[in-house]
Design a protein around this ligand. Structure first.
Ligand code: ATP
Ligand code: MG
Length: 253
């Protein structure tokens, strides 16, 4: 395995006070990594420091051996880092096909865009079936498939997915995780953030726990699912009173 993305001591926030207080994270090429943590921990903020929506105050972000933390979003996109945000991101009044075309807006090579759309449509057949429909007329699960398809237009080396299963019914949720596994099987690297920690970890090779501005724990997805402290705090086994640091080192009542 080789490291495709490395965060080293990343400090970031939105003005007063830091949200990320020295985040270290390694992501292995061709794997799925799931970042979990309490609401407001800064999970989305981590993704933003990788795609460039937010520049870290300190620390480094290295992608394929190259420092990128000072780059704007577009050059990062051109390097193959695609960010699918937490909220629905398709243009609802545009057709599915036009949304796919928008996925390649940063590219000059229109021939490559067409070829990649043809490939994306093979991987996500819903895009062919509904090509001419308004994206907004698709179900939430179908829109998520189109959002994933749209990332392929950049031939991405790293796909960042913020809460890909949020608001989806169980069947669509299963489908989105299946699609994520297929992306990894095809050699893509996926870093996702999931509220739905159990399903997220189950679909992931690795999991990382973000808490109090740092990554507290990294392990395989399977071992995090079996970790009693993680289960208690993040898998809905019982109410989460305090954080992992206390849970693993402090006395428990
Ligand atoms: N644009 C912004 N301006 C100011 N504060 C922000 C902004 N975006 C996020 N924050 C704050 O930063 C903190 C971390 O937010 P972030 O969205 O990264 O958390 P999260 O772990 O993704 O939470 P959730 O699980 O609710 O999605 C929160 O306290 C949030 O209020
Ligand atoms: Mg978030």
């Amino acid at each position: 395995m080789s490291t495709i993305l490395k965060l080293d001591g990343v400090v970031a926030g939105y003005g007063a006070g830091d949200i990320l207080k020295g985040v270290d994270l390694d992501v292995q090429a061709g794997t799925v990594t799931c970042l979990i943590g309490p609401n407001g921990a800064g999970k989305s903020t981590v993704l933003k420091t990788i795609s460039g929506l937010l520049r870290p105050k300190n620390g480094t972000v290295t992608f394929r051996g190259e420092r990128i933390e000072k780059l704007a979003p577009k050059p990062r996109l051109l390097k193959g880092i695609v960010h699918v945000p937490q909220d629905r991101s398709l243009f609802p009044a545009m057709s599915v096909w036009d949304n796919l075309l928008m996925g390649g807006y940063a590219l000059k090579d229109q021939k490559a865009v067409k070829q990649r759309i043809a490939h994306a449509v093979e991987v996500f057949p819903i895009c062919a079936r509904r090509a001419h429909d308004h994206a907004g007329s698709l179900s939430g699960g179908e829109q998520k498939q189109v959002e994933l398809a749209r990332t392929l237009v950049m031939d991405p080396g790293l796909i960042l997915l913020d809460e890909p299963s949020i608001g989806l019914d169980p069947k669509s949720r299963q489908q989105v995780f299946l699609s994520i596994r297929e992306l990894a099987a095809a050699g893509r690297t996926v870093l996702l953030v999931e509220q739905n920690a159990r399903s997220g970890l189950a679909a992931s090779d690795f999991g990382a726990v973000l808490e109090s501005g740092v990554v507290r724990l990294v392990a395989t997805g399977a071992s995090l699912l079996e970790d009693p402290a993680v289960a208690r705090l993040y898998l809905g086994a019982a109410s989460a009173g305090h954080g992992l640091a206390q849970a693993t080192t402090g006395p428990q009542g």
